[in-house]
Each structure stands twice: as structure tokens, then as C-alpha cells.
Write a protein that binds this ligand. Structure first.
Ligand SMILES: Cc1cc2nc3c(=O)[nH]c(=O)nc-3n(C[C@H](O)[C@H](O)[C@H](O)COP(=O)(O)OP(=O)(O)OC[C@H]3O[C@@H](n4cnc5c(N)ncnc54)[C@H](O)[C@@H]3O)c2cc1C
Ligand SMILES: *[C@@H]1O[C@H](CO)[C@@H](O)[C@H](O)[C@H]1NC(C)=O
Ligand SMILES: *[C@@H]1O[C@H](CO)[C@@H](O)[C@H](O)[C@H]1NC(C)=O
Length: 341
């Protein structure tokens, strides 16, 4: 077999998930990103995002330095009781890998992921970005994408990174595909002149993310409520994990197995975060409430961060050993160490 054979990968959507996937896949495969708008549009409706330590480390691996991200490190975490009384503040130390939780503007993260996907510095071949290409239909069996203006693209793999109202998701799941529903939760986007209120949508959990030649990532696969600010982290982790599972794939016939490994790992992690968001929002059903233990914030955060310092975050901490820092899944909080077990 020709070990240098590269797959033709089409990514639908040039958001954080799509660009992260492109950045991680360009080393081994030929990637084209199809975006319905222009990427400049991402500077609009900007907001600050929290980037957990593991994702922060991925951004660094991809060449995004803190000064480029205009990163503000998270220094304190305030705990509060049910009445909202603040009763503790803990300093968060930097993990041995040098990465810590940061805040950065979405536009900055987007810009750096774009540079990682398309820059000359990265490995392999820079990804091609095509703007103003709106996808209207997808054939998951043949790997064919059709656009609003009648163009056709063909690939060995289609990655649906097309956000919460994903059409790739519908193509994969058929009429049973869950659609994004308003959750009753609102978010404020504060711009200099006016706060815009957004209704936050989430999508029912899905066990299936792949079919034929298509797979979904990011909000398309697991739109979550914004309580923990983890949507972007999951999106970037998805990209890293796809890059990993497709790193040895040299022919389309090997794809189904690689996609299966990818989804098996990522579905579990996304569902954990998704469920926690719903629990905190009080949106779980009565039946679910009875079968679930009460939400344990510290245990949850330990799980989320655990993968970060152990060196295999994108893969949910289960595929050990990839670029580890030896820290083995520990989150330091002012002398206390939370260990994910
Ligand atoms: C107010 C707010 C605050 C948030 N804060 C945080 C936070 O602090 N931390 C955090 O981690 N997350 C946060 N999130 C969530 C985070 O923004 C999302 O999880 C993340 O942006 C998802 O990225 P994505 O690439 O999957 O989807 P998107 O960013 O939605 O990108 C999808 C892309 O696909 C394109 N597209 C869609 N359909 C088509 C089509 N048919 N043809 C071609 N292109 C198409 C779209 O134009 C878009 O560019 C926040 C969200 C909101 C609304
Ligand atoms: C703060 O309140 C929470 C929730 O009631 C509780 O679990 C925690 O132990 C409290 N911490 C301190 C330092 O009192
Ligand atoms: C790819 O191949 C290398 C070398 O054989 C191996 O160590 C690695 O685990 C493989 N990766 C995957 C995702 O199978």
C-alpha cells in the first residue's frame, strides 16, 4: 500500500470546529473547508470564551501563542452556595505543561486556528478555504456535496462542522435527526453599544455521529448549554482526536473503522458535558433526575480538566501516552489535588 496516499477531506463549516479539524488533518490529508459566509464575519458578535488547560495546550501545539490570543489567564475560581453567597476563592496554578485555563475572544481563537489550518508553517499541505459556498445537500454514501449555486464537490470524507443547525447531521441521521431546540436559557452578547440576547439551543444527545463517508464534530454533534463554557473546547478536542484517528489512514476503506474509534471515544465525553449542563440548568426530565446522582461540580471539573494535563485531552484521556507531560490528570487547586478516577 502507498503509505503516502492522502485522502480528500471536505469540511463543511469554517467555525472553530472546522478549522481545528483542518489544522489537525492537513499533515496527512488534503483538506478543503467550505464556508457559507466569509471568515471575516467571525469578527462580528464576538465574545470572550474560556479555554480549559487541555485545549489551551492544543492551541499552543498548533502555534497559537498567548500574546496572539490576547489570553487572560484564569487566576481565581470563586465557589458559591445555592443562595449565591461566595464562600471561597482558590488560585489556580499553571500545569507543568505550561498551559492553564485562559479567556480569549472567539475572533482571536478563530484567527489563530485559521493560521494553523492554512499557514505555511504547519505540517503537510495547507488546507484550502472556500468562502461563500453554501451547502444544500449531502450524499453520505457517495461523499458528494452540492452547493446552493449548483456546484458539486466530491471527497473521501465529509466532516460536518456546520454548527447547531447542521445539515450534515440530518444527512447522517435521516428524518430522526434531533433538531436544535430553544432551551429557555438566554445568553447576553455584550458589544460596546448594545447587549444582544441570544437564545441558547442545544441538541438531544446522539449516539451516532458517522455514516458512510460523513462524520459530525463540534456543535453539529453536541451543542451544549453554556454553563461551563466548554463548547469550543469540545470542538477543538474533536479536531485533535480526528487528526489522531485518521493519522494512519491511507485509503477510504479504512475510514469506517477509524470513524468508529473516533465516535466511541468522543461521544462519551461530549455526553458527560452535555448532561452536566442540563443538570445545572435544571433541564433534566423527572425520570432522569431519579436515576442520576446529584450534580457534583468538583468531580465534574476534575474530569474535564483531567485530560488536559495528562497529555491526551482531545481523546478524552483514554488513549494514553500521546505527548504526555507526566502529570497524569491532576488539577491543582490551592494545595489540594483533584484526581479523576
Ligand atoms: C454567547 C455565547 C458564549 C459562549 N461562550 C463559550 C465559552 O466561554 N467557551 C466555550 O468553549 N464555548 C462557548 N460558547 C460555545 C461556542 O461558541 C461553540 O460551541 C463553538 O463556537 C462551536 O463551534 P462550531 O465550529 O462547532 O460551530 P459554529 O461556530 O456554529 O460554526 C459553524 C460554521 O458552519 C457554517 N455553516 C453552517 N451551515 C453551513 C452550510 N449549509 N454550508 C456552509 N457552511 C455552513 C457556519 O456559517 C459557521 O461558520 C459560547 C456560545 C455563545 C453563543
Ligand atoms: C462553599 O459552599 C459549598 C456549597 O454549599 C460547599 O460545598 C463548600 O464546602 C463551601 N466551602 C467552604 C470553604 O466553606
Ligand atoms: C498509528 O501507527 C503508529 C505506528 O505504528 C502507532 O503507534 C499508532 O498507535 C497508530 N495510531 C492509531 C490511531 O492507530
Amino acid at each position: 500500500m502507498d503509505l503516502e496516499q492522502r485522502l480528500r477531506i471536505l469540511v463543511v463549516g469554517g467555525g472553530l470546529a472546522g478549522l481545528a479539524a483542518a489544522a489537525y488533518l492537513r499533515g496527512r490529508h488534503d483538506v478543503t473547508v467550505l464556508e457559507r459566509f466569509t471568515l471575516v464575519d467571525f469578527a462580528r458578535n464576538d465574545y470572550a470564551m474560556s479555554i480549559t488547560a487541555n485545549t489551551h495546550r492544543f492551541l499552543r501545539e498548533l502555534g497559537a501563542e498567548d500574546w496572539q490570543l490576547q489570553a487572560v489567564p484564569l487566576k481565581y475560581v470563586w465557589g458559591c452556595d445555592a443562595k449565591g453567597n461566595v464562600n471561597e476563592s482558590v488560585a489556580q496554578s499553571i500545569t507543568p505543561s505550561g498551559a492553564t485555563t485562559i479567556f480569549a475572544r472567539r475572533s482571536r481563537i478563530h484567527k489563530e486556528l485559521l493560521a494553523a489550518a492554512t499557514g505555511r508553517g504547519g505540517t503537510g499541505t495547507p488546507a484550502t478555504i472556500r468562502e461563500n459556498v453554501k451547502i444544500t445537500s449531502i450524499d453520505v454514501e457517495d461523499g458528494v456535496i452540492k452547493t446552493e449555486d449548483g456546484r458539486e464537490f466530491r471527497g473521501d470524507l465529509i466532516i460536518g462542522a456546520d454548527g447547531v443547525n447542521s445539515i450534515v447531521r440530518t444527512a447522517i441521521l435521516g428524518p430522526s435527526a434531533p433538531s436544535a431546540s430553544p432551551s429557555g436559557v438566554a445568553a447576553y452578547l455584550c458589544t460596546a453599544t448594545s447587549p444582544d440576547v441570544w437564545r441558547i439551543r442545544d441538541v438531544d444527545r446522539m449516539e451516532r455521529w458517522a455514516k458512510g463517508k460523513a462524520v459530525i464534530v463540534g456543535d453539529a454533534a453536541h451543542a451544549i448549554l453554556p454553563y461551563f463554557g466548554l463548547g469550543c473546547n469540545l470542538a477543538i478536542e474533536d479536531g485533535e482526536a480526528l487528526g489522531y484517528f485518521l493519522s494512519n489512514v491511507t485509503s477510504a476503506s479504512e475510514l469506517p473503522q477509524a470513524l468508529e474509534r473516533f465516535t466511541a471515544l468522543r461521544v462519551a465525553r461530549a455526553h458527560m458535558v452535555q448532561l452536566a449542563g442540563r443538570q445545572v440548568a435544571g433541564l433534566v426530565s423527572e425520570e432522569e433526575k431519579e436515576s442520576l446522582p446529584p450534580f457534583d461540580g468538583k468531580a465534574f471539573m476534575a474530569k474535564v480538566y483531567a485530560c488536559g494535563t495528562g497529555g491526551s485531552g482531545g481523546r478524552g484521556g483514554q488513549e494514553g501516552g500521546a505527548g504526555g507531560t507526566g502529570e497524569g490528570g491532576k488539577l491543582h487547586l490551592e494545595g489540594r489535588t483533584l484526581i479523576n478516577k
